[in-house]
Design a binder for this molecule. Structure first.
Ligand code: HEM
Length: 460
């Protein structure tokens, strides 16, 4: 396949200046897609672009210009400096079919209002209160496990984090519904790539062709749970201080539009808040099982730090190594493995000048594995995140939670939850990958282990 460097394409901006495109594919991506890249695995495409063209690469998909960037200065330009010129790109827009207009998909004034309304639920003092629930849920799972049994840890982590989000942020106990909810979400995730590729999927979904009927059914099931939660809160009337109360306070829940808007906001936080952390935990258990030296150090810290007691909020700052383990896991298997933006106006990136409607893609998976920023990148080494190692990376070479105005609102929540769950489960258990189980990352909305994570429990 020829991937020779392309000459700057012809064309000029409104002001007459010629566009200057970065090097990249000579042909339309559709041509390559059928020959080399499985469209279902864009990570292979991104890695190829980074290896062939370095910091910035250009290609076309149909009539659309796409630029892939893998350089901290360009990443900062797009996410921070020129943020006002960008909105979320097409695949994110497509998630509106499930998420509606929640904080991930909304733009401009609506986004600012939603973010401001939700912010108090993520303040440090508020998060401290969530620690107890996180540990309680983890301890319940820990105590229900049996020595020697084999479990799909990816499923366990999903159930655990779903319960945590429901109880902490929405003051709702979902234990009875957790299986149904997780199954419906799985169904949608399985259809995600199909939905992103399908032309006019947003419109087709109303006609219910056979392939989309499953999507509509799954969405209806998720909606039913979410509306039950909203109705229960409205009926209860008193303010439990949960995120849902903050959202309710910001809307007049009586009319249909604000009911729909509440549903969109709730479902967004729900999905953003559990699936990402669950995947981070599954990858972490896997990485620990493959790196016995690191695993031993982690266990030692947990045993010494907690002394057999249940962890609390105040233990988190002492569990340094556990946090570094999670950080290194987020580097190698970032649950948010890529982000995309769509340019509203012509814009410059370094020496290049690009037209409005260009899509800019950034991949945590690729940048986090770039040897310029992380030497020997495939090695699992939590020490990269110790005080001594910290000087080597920046917030634009390591950005599992994004950056700029759209940076993850749940970052502190996620760090605390991850550390507390890892420590609580490790007090009793060591997890071993079942021999022969295939481990392969699958880049859907988040980076999931494609075949689950089958592990055997060993009592400690
Ligand atoms: C390891 C766990 C997590 C990871 C890796 C992660 C990653 C990210 C990333 C990369 C973004 C930015 C996307 C973009 O700019 O296009 C984001 C946004 C967001 N995340 Fe997270 N997240 C995690 C956990 C959470 C949690 C626990 C919550 C809530 C409980 C949450 C809620 C959100 C929301 C609402 C947004 C949209 C923020 C905005 O646009 O203003 N995330 N997350």
């Amino acid at each position: 396949m020829s991937t020779a460097v392309r000459q700057p394409a012809r064309g000029a901006s409104d002001k007459g200046a010629p566009y200057r495109f970065p090097p990249g594919f000579q042909r339309n991506l559709l041509w390559y897609a059928f020959r080399k890249f499985r469209p279902a695995n864009p990570i292979i495409l991104f890695q190829h672009l980074a290896e062939s063209y370095g910091d910035i690469a250009h290609y076309k998909l149909g009539h659309n210009h796409i630029v892939f960037i893998n350089n901290p200065d360009y990443i900062r330009e797009v996410l921070v400096v020129q943020n006002d010129n960008f909105i979320k790109e097409r695949t994110v827009q497509r998630t509106k079919m499930l998420l509606g207009e929640g904080m991930i998909t909304s733009e401009g004034a609506l986004h600012r209002a939603q973010r401001m309304a939700a912010q108090p639920a993520f303040h440090r003092q508020r998060i401290a209160k969530y620690a107890e629930v996180m540990v309680e849920e983890a301890a319940r799972m820990r105590d229900s496990w049996c020595d020697g049994e084999q479990r799909d840890i990816a499923v366990d982590m999903m159930h655990l984090t779903l319960n945590v989000v429901a109880r902490t942020l929405f003051a709702t106990d979902l234990r009875r519904e957790v299986y149904e909810l997780a199954a419906a979400i799985n169904r949608i995730m399985g259809l995600y790539n199909f939905l992103v590729m399908l032309p006019a999927a947003e419109w087709l979904v109303h006609l219910r062709p056979p392939g989309l009927a499953a999507f509509v059914r799954a969405r209806r099931r998720i909606d039913a749970v979410v509306y039950r939660m909203i109705d229960a809160h409205v009926k209860r009337g008193r303010d439990s201080g949960s995120l849902l109360d903050l959202m309710l306070a910001g809307s007049s829940s009586a009319d249909k539009d604000s009911r729909q808007s509440l549903r969109d906001q709730v479902i967004t936080i729900f999905l953003a808040g559990y699936e990402t952390v669950a995947n981070a935990l599954s990858w972490t258990w896997y990485l620990l099982s493959q790196n016995p030296g690191c695993e031993a150090k982690f266990q030692e810290e947990v045993d010494e730090g907690l002394g057999g007691k249940l962890a609390t909020f105040y233990d988190v700052p002492r569990l340094h190594y556990t946090e570094n383990v999670m950080a290194e896991s987020l580097r190698l298997y970032p649950p948010a493995w890529a982000m995309g933006r769509y340019a509203l106006n012509d814009f410059a990136l370094g020496e290049y000048f690009l037209p409005a409607r260009t899509t800019v893609l950034i991949s945590q998976f690729v940048t986090h594995r770039d040897p310029r920023y992380f030497p020997d990148p495939l090695r699992f080494d939590p020490e990269r995140f110790s005080e001594a190692g910290k000087a080597r990376w920046t917030k634009f070479t390591y950005f599992p939670f994004g950056a700029g105005q759209r940076q993850c609102i749940g970052e502190s929540f996620a760090w605390m939850e991850g550390v507390l769950i890892l420590a609580t489960l490790a007090q009793k258990w060591k997890l071993r990958l079942v021999t022969g189980h295939r481990v392969e990352p699958q880049p859907l909305i988040t980076l999931r282990p494609k075949h689950g994570m089958l592990m055997q429990l060993q009592a400690r």
